[in-house]
Design a binder for this molecule. Sequence first.
Ligand code: IPM
Ligand code: MG
Length: 351
Amino acid sequence: MDCNIAVLAGDGIGPEIVEQAIKVLNAVGLKYKHTFKFTEALVGATAIDQVGDPFPEETFQLCMNSDAVLFGAIGDPKYDNDPKAKVRPEQGLLAMRKKLGLYANIRPVTTFPSLIHKSPLRKDLVEGADFVVVRELTGGIYFGEKGRSEDLTRAFDTCVYNKYEVERILELAFEYAAKRNKRLTVVDKANVLATSRLWRETAQEMTPSHPDIEVDYMFVDNAAMQIIQWPKKFDVMVTENMFGDILSDEASVITGSLGLLPSASVGIHTSVFEPIHGSYPQATGKDIANPLATVLSAAMLLEISLDLTQEAQAIRDAVDRSMIEGVVTEDISEGKAYKTSEVGDWLAANL
Ligand code: IPM
Ligand code: MG
């Protein structure tokens, strides 16, 4: 198979970790006879610095013409500490989601036995937890009308959902549940919000056509509690944009392996694959960042965008072996710490 992959390495450690995922993909290509063609483009603070736009038109066009997008990280402290900055890297991220129609953010939450002691939860509560958070990504309060009164004493953000947007994400969540343990939790705030009532009503309408899926409904505040009390009871959780932003961060941290978790943003035009961690500016250029989340994102890319299931599994197996053998970076190593690039080399050689 011949595939075009756009590479948006972005800021901070982005370039270093993406480089390791490319090594691994090239090794997969060699082993399974696929050709991956990688083309780089600018995004984030790096793009603002170079061309004044965090998601330049050229980058957009490249993504549109690619089979998938491999993404590193964006964010730079010089923007975080300047609330008056006119353009910010995050705008690039939101523009990318909107323009590429990345409507579903998928974050698998899995535990790794060797890292379970890093979990803030008791081992028996979290060990074996395995669920997926499906977050709607192009609607809701993020993209509704917003503004500020002229005298600046009033501000508003509007949460809006169209039925087709709700159906689209729920359909994807049902499909995920069907491939997994057939349980779907719809998270909303239907006791207060009109948009949530639309979500719940739509889910109820769709349930009869998915008779094999067991659906339950949970208010978001309750879901926030249950994630830390009973993380093992979830299979697929689906929710709107902002609830998903918050819950997916909460869910990812309970595993103790934040640096290992990948994500996919499934789109209408193409899909984007990225680690869930940020740009880790303090580590930039030091060759110490953990590349595993990005490598596992590459596995998701193979599976979701290219339907290469076996190849994706080969990557996951190699990652598991690297952890068993202790070929890992300093953040998770118990003995000798390997460099980012050394982990990438080892994975590529041991696929
Ligand atoms: C995420 C981030 C973004 C979001 C920010 C950086 C705009 O938190 O991808 O979860 O809120 O969606
Ligand atoms: Mg977030």
